[in-house]
Design a binder for this molecule. Structure first.
Ligand code: SF4
Length: 171
């Protein structure tokens, strides 16, 4: 109904439209509903400003809104983090590491893609599309730049090593 309402309104006025999904719910369900709803609306070229409404910390609303715009190609800049889904080959605590990386890069003034992969077998290959990445091994990890392994570091230093690379990043 919300999508249809935006479509009908957009067809009847040239006024700027502030679009959003009302009463979307908690952070989990609200993120999903907002992403699907706003994705459909914005993809049609409807909307001039957006809002995300969540029953949760308002900071999450901003993070979600930025990511929706970035995913649709409507916002440039920022660090995009991609990560593998983990599998039997995962040798490190990738779930926690991916979260830490996401947190670390959130306000970095870069426009790049960072990959966080669980193993050294497929990680480097799968991280080829990323500007920089890390892949876990047994007690250690690899730093990868555009698919090429640049160095090996102990697992506990992986995050700091990635941070150092990003802080000194030159495209
Ligand atoms: S990168 Fe490695 S750990 Fe991650 S899903 Fe692929 S094979 Fe599994």
């Amino acid at each position: 109904m919300c999508v249809r309402a935006h479509e009908l309104l957009a067809g009847q006025t040239d006024h700027p439209l502030h679009v959003g999904i009302t009463e979307a719910g908690t952070v989990f369900s609200g993120n999903i509903k907002s992403s699907v709803g706003l994705g459909i609306i914005l993809y049609q070229g409807i909307g001039d400003t957006i809002r995300v409404s969540l029953t949760g910390n308002p900071v999450e609303e901003i993070k979600t809104a930025k990511l929706i715009l970035r995913t649709l190609g409507l916002r440039q800049g920022g660090v995009e983090v991609v990560s593998c889904p983990t599998c039997g080959r995962t040798q490190i605590d990738l779930i926690s590491l991916a979260g830490q990386v996401e947190e670390m890069v959130r306000d970095m003034p870069l426009d790049i893609k960072v990959a966080v992969m669980g193993c050294a077998v497929n990680g480097p290959g799968e991280a080829k599309e990323a500007d920089i990445g890390i892949a876990g091994g047994i007690g250690e990890g690899l730093l990868i730049r555009r698919g090429e392994i640049i160095r090996k570091v102990p697992e506990e230093e992986l995050l700091a090593a990635l941070q150092e690379e990003l802080e000194n990043w030159e495209a």
